[in-house]
Design a protein. Structure first.
Length: 651
């Protein structure tokens, strides 16, 4: 990233960034599409001038309602004019960039952008996460100390070739560790390979949703499924992952042998069953991979066409058909408006309405000018990524946390929670003038009690169509011709589509996993999945979970960032055991139990732990087994490298 020039100045070079050679008109047009707080931080990198941090033009805290941080139009124009002068001067002079900022300056830049102070450890976290100094924030800790020959003798089996599985493979290959990936489907991509329903797209800001080492200038702010699938296919090709993957191969069981300290893995493919051994196993099967079918009387009686959104039947022509959709979760929220445009009539059954965060860019293309800034302006992409995740995630974490001094109700759990509720309710009202419909779509639980969904008005416009009915009366039974509600209303249909989510709490199911002394994971968990850091489980040495228990994000961040933290930790564990001459490491039960007590206490203070609204966050025991209740920086810190005292070394 840095090189020494002949005049002893340090020339900063940013991989993947195009040189600024365009004319003035192109630059002026690009600046019209700039996110101004991001632009101001990028100019500090460009010129070394810190005056923006101490001037009168400053974004307001949170900037939830206005992405520009409520900076006035006049002040925005001033910043853009200053930026034009600085960018063209840099273009014309060819002078080198100043060195990247130190941690203290990054801390100041963060606090300037979000409009409030944050803990000092945020500077260190973001200095690494934003890769401002060009270092790999997620490189395998301790692996350099392990001889290459030792690494080459170690073998790992990865279960799943989705986002986390590919990431694990890329890091294992980088470390020189032998590995195989078993994938039950015919291609890479995980959820983006499996879910092909109409309208499917990412609901995290897309510029936060990519590997740290392979950023992408996405075509849309929230890109559709095909674009996401293509990204992971490109990653698989770029890092030569396909030669390590056995497709159409499902893991049936994996058993730890106490004598040889190896995992014995049984798989099933079209060619039959196959057995293999490995020193370690990494599970990357996800929590949202297997469809959940509701327990409704008569579900198998329906004589028409039936399918689940995760197994969309594209052979079915819905034009003019009477369609029933059961569910209003994240998937139905995306596909139901598309169905409404085709169907003769659509009936949507809603058990609990979701809270909706309005984002006008939900279906929008990224403008050419913004592409120019992301591709040319140094560090703009990194700060834009930070602004995106803060505005829509980490920045609203406080609104999901209980304030003990607040007069808590079913509506809110803190002043911030109440303000968020009022803001979202007002947004819903502005898009829904129909009183009857409005009464159905406003939740009666605190914001973040269930998954918050992103919309640009598409969902509410669909509900307001003449050919769409939103039904809140519970379902009594499914019949041969349709649905009967508890008040006796009969609704007939030609097609019944289930948008009822996934078996999220049945983590690692249906794989039969047996650990030390014949311990069965199903028996140990007994319907309540737990792991240390969401990654390791006592009695199951060298078994590592990605997107394991209590690593799901509700409001704060990108799941890819979490996976990168988890894979870094796993690689640190492998380095630790090899460096100590051990064959395996097993998590200490006391360490595991203390950690889970902390997780449970944290979740008990969050909206999803307090709310009585039904949610897939709770398992059959009533425990929040999916969610991480703390900040991103806390997860980043705890997973930086393993502590040998947390583990028992075997062999």
């Amino acid at each position: 990233m840095c090189r020494q020039d002949g005049d002893n100045t340090m020339k900063i070079e940013i991989p993947g960034l195009a040189p600024i050679t365009d004319g003035d008109d192109v630059i002026r047009d690009a600046l019209e599409h700039a996110h101004v707080p991001t632009l101001m931080n990028a100019l500090i990198h460009l010129t070394g001038d810190r005056s923006f941090l101490h001037g009168d033009i400053r974004p307001e805290a949170g900037f939830l309602t206005d992405p520009q941080g409520n900076i006035s139009a006049t002040d925005q124009a001033y910043v853009r004019d200053q930026a034009f002068q600085m960018i063209t001067a840099c273009r014309d002079s060819g002078d080198p960039l100043p060195p990247p900022p130190d941690q203290a300056l990054v801390q100041d830049m963060v606090q300037f952008m979000i409009g409030k102070e944050v803990a000092s450890d945020y500077g260190e976290f973001l200095l690494s996460e934003l890769a401002l100094d060009g270092t790999d924030a997620y490189a395998s800790p301790g692996m350099d100390a392990v001889p290459e020959a030792t690494r080459a003798e170690f073998k790992v089996i990865v279960i799943g070739a989705g986002m986390s599985g590919l990431l694990a493979g890329i890091r294992l290959k980088e470390a020189g560790i032998a590995f195989e990936i078993y994938e039950r489907h015919g291609d890479v991509g995980g959820t983006w390979q499996q879910n092909t329903y109409p309208g499917c797209r990412v609901d995290s800001p897309n510029h936060t949703y990519s590997y740290s080492f392979k950023p992408k200038d996405w075509p849309q702010f929230f890109s559709p499924q095909a674009v996401l699938k293509e990204y992971f296919e490109d990653c698989a090709d770029a890092y030569s992952m396909r030669e390590h993957i056995r497709f159409n191969t499902e893991v049936v069981s994996t058993t730890f042998d106490d004598t040889d300290q190896l995992w014995h893995v049984v798989t099933r493919s079209p060619e039959g069953e196959h057995s293999s051994t490995a020193n370690g196993v990494i599970t990357a099967v996800g929590q949202l991979s297997r469809p959940k079918w509701p327990d409704l009387p008569g579900r198998d009686r329906f004589a028409g066409v039936t399918f689940h959104s995760a197994e969309w039947d594209h052979a079915q022509d819905l034009s003019g058909k009477r369609v029933i959709v059961i569910g209003t979760g994240a998937s139905a929220f995306q596909f139901a408006p598309e169905v409404a445009r085709e169907a003769g009539h659509l009936t949507i059954f809603q058990r609990t309405p979701p809270w909706i965060f309005h984002n006008a860019d939900y279906h929008a293309d990224v403008p050419d000018g913004k592409h120019w800034l992301l591709q040319h302006l140094p560090y703009y992409a990194q700060w834009y990524k930070f602004a995106s995740f803060w505005r829509t995630s980490e920045g609203i974490l406080s609104a999901a946390k209980r304030d003990p001094a607040w007069n808590e109700t079913d509506r809110s759990i803190s002043e911030a929670s109440d303000q968020m509720r009022e803001m979202m309710t007002a947004s819903l009202r502005s898009l829904c003038p129909d009183d009857e419909l409005f009464a159905k779509i406003v939740p009666d639980y605190p914001v973040a009690g269930k998954r918050i969904l992103i919309d640009n008005g598409n969902w509410l416009q669909a509900l307001a169509r003449d050919n769409v009915d939103l039904v809140t009366e519970p379902i009594r039974e499914i019949t041969e011709t349709g649905v009967v509600t508890t008040d006796g209303t009969v609704i007939d249909a030609d097609v019944l589509i289930y948008g009822t989510g996934f078996t999220a709490s049945k983590i690692l199911s249906p794989i039969a996993i047996t650990g030390r002394d014949g311990t069965r994971l199903d028996d140990q968990w007994d319907g309540d999945a737990r792991a240390y850091l969401g990654i390791t489980i006592p009695n199951f040495p060298n078994l590592f979970c990605l997107y394991g228990p209590n690593t799901n994000l509700v409001v704060n961040g990108s799941i890819i960032m979490f996976s990168e933290c988890e894979v870094r930790y796993v690689m640190g564990c492998l380095a630790m055991l090899m460096d100590n001459g051990a064959k395996a490491i097993d998590c200490r039960p006391d360490v595991h139990d203390r950690y889970n007590e902390k997780i449970d206490a944290g979740n008990a203070e969050m909206a999803w732990g307090i709310s009585k609204a039904p949610t897939w966050y709770r398992n059959e025991k009533g425990r929040i087994a999916q969610n991480w209740p703390f900040s991103l920086v806390e997860f980043w810190q705890q997973s930086r490298r393993p502590n040998i005292d947390d583990y028992q070394l075997l062999g």
